[in-house]
Design a protein around this ligand. Structure first.
Ligand code: NAP
Length: 257
């Protein structure tokens, strides 16, 4: 990639959540623009002298933040994430000037309930979307479903709970319904089954207290590709229509690997 296609930023903070899960912040070029829900392409030095390895990463920070924030797993043996995980404050990271992706609310017909279903690091784009005031103004209800394997992986839980009582978002916070799913150990107050099973059985709707409905629900899926595909099939089977370029629908999705 020619070097006018990307800028070189610095890591400003690294936050480990578990041994294999971490978030990091970078400086942000003043010209960098994105719509909440989109992803950036990040580059780190590759094995060969002067080479750069690139990967897509959803942006977790708000469009109005001066920094960029990302949420990552360490993929065992992964070329990119093993290098990324070694980066420390002050290290350089490349960011492509363009942002990408269609997991954005502007792809939807107007609706009343926004459902955001995530597994693992698929939570990231929703954090950006939830920091956009339009999201809170445009919808009556926001449903955030975070599915992880263990309690320790419930990253960002405090931030999500912190909308309530926040100086900026507090007046809207009653709109948010936050559902945690922990699949591999019992945790009080959380659901245990996979999100696909909970969707299929109707238990998720029961738990949230809202029905999935063509008129009112707009649904986003992000994370494990099998989860995205299985949920998509299930929802298409119930008559939901994926958004397409120039043709707003009720479903939008992003695979994570
Ligand atoms: P994960 O396996 O995606 O699990 C996170 C949550 O999603 C768990 O609650 C899990 O339930 C659930 N889940 C998994 N598959 C599902 C499916 N088909 N339908 C419904 N729910 C499903 O865990 P992760 O930690 O985010 O990622 C696991 C591994 O994926 C990583 O260690 C890494 O190797 C790889 N990964 C790669 C990339 C990449 O960029 N290459 C990015 C993210 C992850 P269960 O406990 O029932 O499985």
């Amino acid at each position: 990639m020619s070097d006018d296609k990307y800028t070189t930023e610095r890591i400003t903070a690294v936050h480990p959540w578990t041994e294999n899960l971490f978030s990091f912040r970078t400086t942000r070029d003043r010209g960098y623009r994105f719509v909440p829900g989109q992803f950036a392409r990040l580059g780190v030095p590759g094995a060969a002298e002067g080479s750069i390895v690139w990967r897509a990463y959803s942006i977790a920070s708000a469009a109005h933040d001066e920094h960029l924030e990302f949420f990552s797993v360490v993929v065992p043996g992964g070329q990119f994430t093993s290098r990324l995980a070694r980066l420390r404050q002050g290290d350089a990271i490349h960011v492509e000037r363009r942002s990408y992706g269609f997991l954005t609310t502007d792809r939807f017909e107007a609706g009343r309930d926004l459902w955001m279903l995530a597994t693992g690091t698929g939570l990231a784009p929703y954090l950006s979307i939830l920091h956009d005031f339009h999201t809170w103004e445009d919808y009556e209800n926001l449903v955030l479903v975070q599915s992880v394997r263990t309690q320790a992986e419930l990253a960002y839980e405090d931030l999500i709970r912190g909308f309530e009582g926040s100086e900026y978002y507090g007046e809207y916070a009653h709109k948010l319904r936050y559902v945690r799913i922990v699949t591999r150990e019992p945790v009080e107050g959380t659901l245990r089954d996979r999100v696909t099973k909970l969707l299929g059985s109707g238990v998720l709707e029961e738990n949230v207290g809202l029905r999935l409905d063509h008129e009112r629900s707009r649904i986003m899926l992000c994370g494990n590709p099998e989860m995205v595909e299985d949920s998509r099939k299930l929802l298409v089977g119930r008559g939901f229509r994926p958004s397409r370029r120039g043709d707003p629908g009720q479903l939008a999705m992003e695979n994570y690997w």
